[in-house]
Write a protein that binds this ligand. Structure first.
Ligand code: NI
Length: 397
């Protein structure tokens, strides 16, 4: 089977480069993936898939029937949105849309999804179970997966595979990770309400700026003293505003930030923990406070059995030396996590690092990929699908 997959992948390679360059030149922002969705739907239809548009607003779903020897239903997820960045790569197929760029490789993800659909559709007679391809919008704003599941994209699904490009892994390699891949992400907003007064007479006022400084320091210190140091926790207050003149004591300060954690039990306690520290400090100095703690995304926890399938597929397809075991999770967030509330799943990293020249990070205006990685992604994904059906048929789940 692997040889057949490789052969078809090699045949469609020029078409995949064409698709990727088209997508790259025509990026669309989160929630506005209209042209991309229409294009994806067109390619999927031409492969004989049953296609539904408008799933999760601007998402697309394509379904492929297998030969019916397995009841299992596998989902393969890719994301389609771009970022508000002015591209500076100078590539001939660079973004034609001012201020919008595929700087997170979602054009590669979409192409890998389409390539996998092309390969599997040509092997449909030998494909035991069904595959549903999810092309989701709005990953960058952590909304797309929620929209997709609200429209039933995960109904009936037994397992889900996903991927994300990674510039520090060289093209031709794949990274797999057992357990937590990305962190849970929550939003935090704190408003401290003091009392205005003359800058020369602080004792007659309640200085919200000084109290905010205590709160910031207090939270950071509390992380090091009240949390298990083996359970990562990052709290970043990325925005702060308050006060309007040098000689007037500020009556209000607003701070907003992001909170990242890996362990569900840590995350569980975070709203109470934050409240206790912030309220305690504010009370001590006579200020009032308002705290909004919003849960955004859970952590991506890769299922070990599915991860093992992807690892085996990648080792057989690419050779052991090209499969990298990722030994540390990322504290970045990824809305693939949302799907894992509905089925077990795993997400792998696709190496895209250039062999020559500087590799810029994700979300950088000069971010580039080595396009040979597209075939690596397609072969790994398509073969993982086959191994999933094969393996799951012989082991009761
Ligand atoms: Ni991304």
């Amino acid at each position: 089977m692997l040889e057949k997959i490789k052969q078809i992948a090699a045949e469609i390679a020029p078409r995949l480069i064409e698709i990727r360059r088209h997508l790259h030149a025509h990026p669309e922002l989160s929630g506005q993936e209209y042209q991309t969705a229409a294009y994806v739907a067109g390619v999927l239809s031409s492969c004989g898939l049953t296609v539904k548009e408008g799933v999760g607003k601007t998402g697309v779903v394509g379904e492929l029937k297998g030969n019916g020897t397995s009841d299992l239903f596998l989902a393969i997820r890719t994301d389609m949105d771009a970022l508000p960045i002015q591209e500076a790569t100078g590539l001939e197929f660079a973004s034609k849309i001012p201020g919008v760029m595929h700087a997170c490789g979602h054009d590669v993800h979409t192409t890998v999804g389409l390539g996998t659909a092309m390969v599997l559709s040509r092997l449909q007679d030998q494909l035991p179970g069904r595959v549903r391809f999810l092309f989701q919008p709005a990953e960058e704003i952590a909304q797309g997966a929620l929209w997709m599941v609200a429209d039933g994209a995960m109904e009936g699904i037994d397992a889900i595979f996903g991927l994300h490009v990674f510039p520090t892994l060289p093209a031709g390699t794949v990274g797999v990770r057992y357990g937590a891949l990305t962190a849970a992400m929550d939003d935090l907003e704190i408003i401290i309400q003091g009392e205005a007064g003359h800058g020369a007479r602080p004792h007659q006022a309640i200085d919200a700026i000084w109290i905010a400084a205590q709160v910031i320091t207090g939270l950071q210190q509390a992380i090091s003293r009240t949390h298990n140091p083996l359970h990562p926790l990052v709290l970043t207050l990325g925005q702060i505003s308050g006060g309007h003149a040098p000689n007037i004591i500020a009556e209000q300060v607003k701070m907003v930030g992001t909170v990242r954690s890996l362990h569900p039990e840590v995350r569980e306690n975070l709203p109470d923990w934050t409240r206790r520290i912030v309220e305690g400090i504010c009370q001590t100095y006579g200020a009032r406070c308002e705290i909004k703690y919003n849960r955004r995304l859970p952590s991506v926890q890769n299922d070990w059995r599915l991860t093992k399938i992807v690892e085996r597929a990648a080792i057989e397809a690419l050779g052991e030396q090209n499969v990298i075991l990722i030994n540390e999770p990322s504290l970045g967030a990824e809305d693939f996590a949302v799907y894992l509330d509905y089925a077990r799943g795993t997400m792998f990293r696709l190496g895209i690092g250039l062999k020559e020249g500087k590799n810029y990070p994700l979300h950088h205006p000069r971010f580039q990929v080595d396009e040979s990685s597209i075939l690596t992604g397609v072969i790994t994904m398509a073969y993982s699908a086959f191994l999933y059906f094969e393996q799951s048929a012989s082991t009761p789940t």
